[in-house]
Design a protein around this ligand. Structure first.
Ligand SMILES: [Zn+2]
Length: 136
């Protein structure tokens, strides 16, 4: 999946899909971020050095009724400007969230037409967990 298709379908910039996989009915898109787009998440300086990465999985809007997860390595960046070492920000989600902004908007739009349980069943997420996370 090209970066152009990712951008047009999901609104993601600066990521490429290196491969899609499917397991247990969930499609997983394995993403990769070009290091030239690395920025310090504190001061936004591009003068950073990668210090490893941590794998993260985030749920996004479904395709054809199937859940879609995004899996990507989130680099730890050492900033030469401010001296901090922090994880790079992911533009399509908030810190510590398991859903993309697009998924949250989609779920909230469904809530105006369906019950919370119906939305949770449709999106295949636990409604208690999801609802509490969306409100926060
Ligand atoms: Zn910095």
């Amino acid at each position: 999946m090209s970066s152009t298709l990712l951008y047009r379908a999901f609104g993601f910039r600066q990521y490429d899909c290196v491969r899609p996989t499917t397991a247990d009915g969930i499609m997983t898109l394995h993403l990769w971020q070009d290091p030239t787009h690395d920025r310090c998440s504190y001061c936004q300086s591009p003068d950073v050095i990668r210090h490893g990465a941590e794998e993260r999985t985030v749920r996004t809007v479904p395709i054809g009724g199937k859940p879609v997860d995004l899996r990507l390595p989130v680099p730890r960046l050492g900033c030469r400007n401010c001296g901090r070492i922090r994880q790079a920000a992911i533009r399509f989600t908030r810190p510590f969230r398991r859903f993309t902004h697009a998924f949250e908007r989609y779920a909230l739009s469904l809530l105006s037409h369906m019950t919370i349980q119906a939305v949770a069943d449709h999106l295949q997420v636990g409604w208690t967990y999801a609802f509490n996370r969306w409100r926060g």
